[in-house]
Design a protein around this ligand. Structure first.
Ligand code: NDP
Length: 303
């Protein structure tokens, strides 16, 4: 089999952001409403700060309002819950995102449950989880939603395909499985206790890896011609790139799939970086526009 087609998530995300910007212009001109996204960050985690900065920048670039709320590490739960209540009742805020993880003194589930489900653009509220599994108008978690958009764009109709989702987290694995089931795939959900994972993978037309283990899924686990979606983002040492000033090895990002091996066998594959990663924020912006339309009785943006 020749090398797999590379599914370019970065380019696809750029196109999705353009569509979001067009919808934002339409919403503004038809209703005078500007969609708004509030992002809440507690603490100084460097990766979280980068994510929040990117989210705010891309929100503004799409013509939306961005509201940033930053708190220090010692902030208590009551302060955060009071802010969520205020944002729930603010008509200028259509989407609320609380950057995870939160510090230990704050009950993450309690905070996520306090968000108005109609403003829950991360799709983590149990009401949205229930709506997703029962076929309602949910807001769907951004990363698995992005994977399903890429799959549908590349494969068209997914009906009847065998799909395996490796990983069962609430953020990626479970909602991914729900989305594939909704597309009439036959879905296997694998996890750390799954017996003969390579054998189960080899039966799949679609493999979604969301494990958090660098390059775990090998080329000989892949059915020839299968479509492989690699959600993993893992930073590993890359001594071949040389050393940092402090003598530590430089690093590089890899997925949960052994890209070189899998690309020999698969029909199509997402790279890391540049595959699923860029889709996550684009889908967050899309969810904010969808939430804004629903809250204001406007036509569904259809993106
Ligand atoms: P979690 O750690 O929450 O879940 C990992 C899942 O993988 C668990 O269900 C676990 O099983 C399963 N697992 C672990 N080891 C194995 C194994 N050896 N064999 C089979 N299954 C295994 O991770 P997330 O779902 O949050 O994230 C997964 C990956 O996706 C990470 O690399 C993360 O960085 C990346 N990610 C990327 C995003 C993006 O924007 N592209 C967004 C979110 C995540 P069990 O339940 O049995 O423990």
């Amino acid at each position: 089999m020749a090398d797999a087609t590379v599914i370019d998530g970065k380019a696809f995300a750029a196109k999705l952001r353009e569509k979001v910007a067009v919808e934002v212009t339409r919403i503004k001109s038809e209703s005078g409403v500007t969609p708004g996204l509030a992002v809440v960050l507690v603490g100084e985690d460097p990766a979280s700060k980068v994510y929040v900065g990117s989210k705010a920048k891309q929100t503004v670039e799409c013509g939306m309002e961005s509201f940033e709320h930053r708190f220090d590490e010692s902030t208590d739960e009551a302060t955060l819950l009071a802010l969520i209540d205020k944002l729930n009742n603010d008509p200028a805020v259509n989407g609320i995102l609380v950057q995870l993880p939160l510090p230990d003194q704050i009950d993450e589930q309690k905070v996520l449950s306090a968000i108005d489900p109609d403003k829950d653009v991360d799709g983590f509220h149990t009401t949205n989880v229930g709506r997703l599994w029962t076929g309602g108008d949910s807001l769907v978690p951004c990363t698995p939603f992005g994977c399903s958009v890429l799959l549908k764009d590349f494969l068209g109709n997914l009906s009847g395909k065998n799909a395996i989702v490796i990983g069962r987290s609430n953020i990626v694995g479970k909602p991914m499985a729900a989305l594939l089931l909704a597309e009439s795939c036959t879905v296997t959900i694998a996890h750390s206790r799954t017996d003969d994972l390579p054998g189960k993978c080899r039966e799949a037309d679609i493999v979604v890896a969301a494990v958090g283990r660098p390059e775990m899924v090998k080329g000989d686990w892949i059915k020839p011609g299968a479509t492989v979606i690699d959600v993993g983002i893992n930073r590993i040492d890359a001594p071949e790139k040389g050393l940092n000033d402090d003598g530590s090895p430089k690093t590089r990002l890899v997925g949960d799939v052994d890209y070189a091996g899998a690309a020999q066998v698969a029909g199509a594959i997402t790279p890391v970086p540049g595959g699923v990663g860029p889709m996550t924020i684009a889908c967050l912006l899309r969810n904010t526009v969808v939430a804004c339309c629903r809250q204001n009785g406007l036509a569904d943006p259809g993106i």
